[in-house]
Design a protein around this ligand. Structure first.
Ligand code: COS
Length: 380
């Protein structure tokens, strides 16, 4: 077993770390405070190839593999968790179009997702009555002449107000639950696509989250992705990959929490010495570092399986489950180490505490990850 990164993977890490440290980190507190969306930085990231890291170059991607993607995403999350949210979802959308689209669809849509003025893709699955139970969605699409007409609403859509292409799941038959769902691509500005309420979130405040309404939203027949009534599997397969992304994001936030904790433990003086000399603080830092390594290993193993075209659904859920729970323990301890200062917005651990919270919720709660893992153990 070789744990070393390849020269190409190391190059990606070095490039992204440099970019994230210089361009993303300095803006992270501002985005958190103002809720501004970092469009300019996302365009720079697209120019560096970070929005289509697993799609071929002929569609505007820069295929470096799932492992390099995971490493890059962790570097971005370490600097700015909000920006990493947009990066992971956009990569997930680009990959889904690449995997399930026709050649014509790939050429038409992927370059818009990974480049251009809005190098952003949205994943529109969740509805007010279908979160964990994704197959219960009720948005409808009906065929009308040369069009599909979409009606319904989605909620909690990451960067939905800025996406160039939105992949949208809708019911296309009366068949029960998962069997009657199809997947569509809707372009930014399509009449009938209405951007709704902007969520005022606890964390990831620099990643725009909106509700969407489809009001007789008419799209060409050719915007159906994959097979009619075969859309649910697209969502599930995309989420398998997406969960490696969220796990990588959690690893990045954890690394930031550890960096800040170690730095502060060395300089903060109490009882005549640096607090890092007290065992109480050392144990917190040791646990944080150990759990970070465990989270990183699980994440990279899932990414490696994906890259090597082996089944990875269970491993992606294990990685996401562990990393997301562990990052929440890490940020809690980072605030503890900073004491009262950690509870103020002057210190970045307060932002990390809020940013980390969503990782056990989105792209499948911890409970859904356990369900996916247990089902594969018990039912297969
Ligand atoms: N890859 C490929 N196909 C999959 C799959 C996967 N990972 N998971 C399920 N499927 C297929 C099943 O094989 C089944 O196909 P058949 O009808 O041909 O047998 C179909 O999809 C339905 O699967 P299942 O019966 O398991 O669906 P459930 O309604 O029980 O839902 C869970 C399964 C709970 C795993 C799913 O609803 C889920 O992931 N929920 C969480 C959704 C989520 O993460 N939302 C966040 C949105 S983004 S913030």
């Amino acid at each position: 077993m070789d744990w070393n990164l390849t020269a190409d993977q190391q190059m990606v890490v070095d490039m992204v770390r440099d970019f994230a440290t210089n361009e993303l980190k300095p803006l992270a507190a501002h985005l958190d405070r103002t809720g501004e969306f970092p469009l300019e930085n996302l365009r720079k990231m697209a120019a560096l190839g970070l929005m289509g890291m697993n799609v071929p170059a002929e569609y505007g991607g820069s295929p470096v593999g799932a492992v390099a993607f995971s490493l890059a995403l962790s570097e971005v999350a370490r600097a700015c968790a909000s920006t990493s949210c947009t990066m992971t979802v956009t990569n997930m959308v680009a990959e889904a179009i690449n995997h399930f689209g026709t050649e014509e669809q790939r050429l038409a849509f992927i370059p818009k997702v990974v480049g251009g003025d809005y190098p952003i893709g949205s994943f529109c699955l969740t509805e007010s009555q279908s979160g964990s139970d994704a197959a219960a969605l009720s948005t409808k699409a009906v065929r009308d002449g040369q069009s599909w007409v979409l009606n319904g609403s989605k909620i909690f859509i990451s960067h939905g107000a800025y996406a160039s292409v939105l992949v949208v799941w809708a019911r296309t038959s009366d068949a029960p639950k998962a069997k009657g769902i199809s997947c569509f691509m809707v372009e930014r500005g399509t009449p009938g696509l209405i951007i709704g309420k902007h969520e005022d979130k606890m964390g990831l405040r620099g990643s725009n989250t909106v509700s969407l309404t489809f009001d007789n939203c008419r799209i060409p027949l050719g915007n159906l992705l994959g097979e009619e009534n075969g859309g649910f599997k697209i969502a599930m397969m995309a989420l398998d990959g997406g969960r490696i992304g969220i796990s990588s994001q959690a690893v990045g936030i954890m690394q930031a929490a550890l960096d800040l904790s170690v730095e502060y433990a060395k300089i903060r003086q109490q009882f005549g010495q640096a607090i890092g000399r007290f065992e109480a603080i050392q144990w917190m830092i040791a646990n944080m570092a150990t759990e970070l390594e465990a989270a990183r290993s699980l994440t990279l193993r899932a990414a490696w399986l994906k890259e090597n075209r082996q089944p990875f659904s269970q491993e992606a859920s294990m990685a996401k489950l562990y990393s997301s729970e562990a990052v929440n323990r890490a940020v809690k301890n980072a605030v503890q180490i900073y004491g009262g200062y950690g509870y103020t917005k002057e210190y970045p651990v307060e932002r990390l505490f809020r940013d980390a919270r969503v990782t056990t919720l989105y792209e499948g709660t911890s409970e859904i990850q356990r369900l996916v893992i247990a089902r594969q153990l018990i039912e297969e």
